[in-house]
Write a protein that binds this ligand. Structure first.
Ligand code: IPM
Ligand code: MN
Length: 371
């Protein structure tokens, strides 16, 4: 299969985790004789530094012209503490999502038995947790009208949703639920917000078309609590943009580290794949960052190309590597490996399972035989 992929490394640890994801994709293309071409472009702070804007035209064009987008991370602290900065790195990601109409952000939360001890929750609370969070990504308070009064006298961000925006993502969420455990939880704040009442209304309408799916409704404050009290109760959790941003970070740590989680953003045009974690500038360039979130995002990209076996192979390799203890320091503070060594181990397992364990020993000795 021939495919073209736009690669947006972005800021902070973005480039180093993406390097490992590409390494893993390369071992897949090598093993299965596919041909992927990669088109590297700038986004975020890296793009602002290079050309003054967070989403250059060439970047958008490449995203339209290619079959998928693989993104690292966006954000630089030099912009965070300057509320009056005229351009911000995050605008790059937000307008990319809007341009590509990536309205559905899929964040699967899965556990690794070997990492159970790292979870902030006790084992018995965690058992059986397996959910996906579907976050609306191109509407709500993120994209509503923004205003600031003279001399900082007031500011406002409007939360706005159209019926069509809610319908398209609700429909998608029901389809996901149908292919999973047939349980959908809509998270909102319908006791306070008009937009949430519209979400609930539309979800109730849609539910008629999916009689097999059990639908629950939870207020977001309660959902935040339920996620850490009884995470097993969730199958597909559907929510609007801002609530989804917050809840998916909360849910991500259930598996032990935010660094493990992948995501896909689906819509009308090219789909985008990115780890859930941010740019983590404190450790950028230090070969410390966990590349698993980026590698599993590459697995979601393979699945999107309908390369199911290849995607399963990446996930299997990741499990094997975690089980073998080749992990970054967020997962083991005493015995840990570099970002590149984790990527090497995953890629080595994909290329040759028989020799992989031998390579792992070399990695353990700090003498990787793989480039
Ligand atoms: C995310 C990030 C983004 C968001 C930022 C970088 C704009 O936190 O993808 O979750 O808030 O959507
Ligand atoms: Mn976020």
């Amino acid at each position: 299969m021939k495919k073209s992929i736009t690669v947006l490394e972005g800021d902070g640890i973005g480039p180093e985790v993406i390097r490992e994801a590409i390494k893993v994709l390369d071992s897949i293309t090598c093993r299965y004789s596919h041909r992927f071409t990669y088109h590297y472009h700038l986004i975020g702070a890296a793009a602002i530094d290079a050309c003054g804007q967070p989403l250059p035209e060439a970047t958008i064009q490449s995203c339209y012209d290619t079959d998928a987008v693989l993104l690292g991370a966006i954000g630089d602290p030099k912009f965070d503490n300057d509320p009056s900065a005229p351009v911000r790195p995050e605008q790059g990601l937000l307008s990319l999502r809007k341009n590509l109409q990536l309205y559905a952000n899929i964040r699967p939360i899965q556990l690794y038995p070997e990492l159970e001890a790292l979870s902030p929750l006790k084992k018995e609370k965690l058992n059986g947790t397996d959910m996906i969070i579907i976050r609306e990504l191109t509407g709500g308070i993120y994209f509503g009208k923004k205003e600031k009064g003279p001399d900082n006298s007031f500011a406002s961000d409007i939360c706005y949703y159209t019926r069509q925006e809610i319908e398209q993502i609700t429909e998608k969420a029901f389809h996901f639920a149908c292919n999973r455990n047939k349980k959908l939880t809509l998270v909102d704040k319908a006791n306070v917000l008009e937009t949430s009442r519209l979400w609930r209304h539309i979800a109730q309408e849609k539910a008629q078309q999916f009689p097999d799916v059990q639908v629950d409704y939870l207020f977001v404050d309660n959902a935040a609590m339920q996620l850490i009290l009884h995470p097993q109760q969730f199958d597909v959790l559907l929510t609007e943009n801002m609530f989804g941003d917050i809840l998916s970070d909360e849910a991500s740590v259930l598996s032990g580290s935010l660094g493990l989680l992948p995501s896909s953003s689906l819509g009308k045009d090219t789909a985008l794949f990115e780890p859930v974690h941010g740019s983590y500038p404190q450790v950028a360039g230090k070969n410390i960052a966990n590349p698993i979130g980026a590698i599993l995002s590459a697995a979601m990209l393979l699945e999107h190309f309908d390369l199911k076996e290849e995607a399963a192979e990446v996930r299997l390799a990741v499990r094997h590597v975690i089980r073998s203890g080749i992990v970054t320091q967020d997962l083991n503070r005493e015995v840990f490996y570099g970002t590149n060594q984790v990527g090497n181990a995953v890629s080595s397992y994909i290329l040759n399972k028989e020799t992989a364990d031998y390579n792992f020993q070399n990695i353990r000795l700090g003498q990787s035989t793989i480039i």
